[in-house]
Design a binder for this molecule. Structure first.
Ligand code: CU
Length: 106
């Protein structure tokens, strides 16, 4: 009995499944499969003090890996963020941006 060819379900992230998600070993499947029911909120945050791609990277870094943040699109002067309202609030996201050294326009 082969332990491959198991379909992994990755729902709710709004991203296409990675090619490797369709053929994984059994042990990995357990950790990779996440069936999620989340309320996805979306916000666009205006940010002062960003001037270049370094600022974009700094904000990306500030929001990267934060639990509850599902997706973020950072531009000079703004951040569009999709997040799980049950895990993080808009104010927490703004605080992360300010901690990175930028000012959130409210
Ligand atoms: Cu900059």
């Amino acid at each position: 009995m082969p332990d491959v060819a198991i379909v992994s379900v990755e729902a709710g992230l709004g991203q296409p499944p990675r090619p490797d998600a369709f053929c994984v070993q059994t042990e990995r499947l357990i950790t990779k499969t996440r069936i999620m029911e989340v309320t996805v909120a979306e916000t666009k945050i205006a940010i002062e003090g960003m001037s270049c791609q370094h600022c974009v990277m700094a904000v990306k870094k500030a929001l990267g890996g934060v639990p509850g943040i599902l997706e973020s699109d950072i531009q000079v002067g703004s951040a569009s963020v999709k997040y799980d309202e049950s895990k993080i609030k808009k104010g927490d996201i703004e605080a992360k941006i300010e901690k990175a050294g930028y000012k959130v326009k409210k």
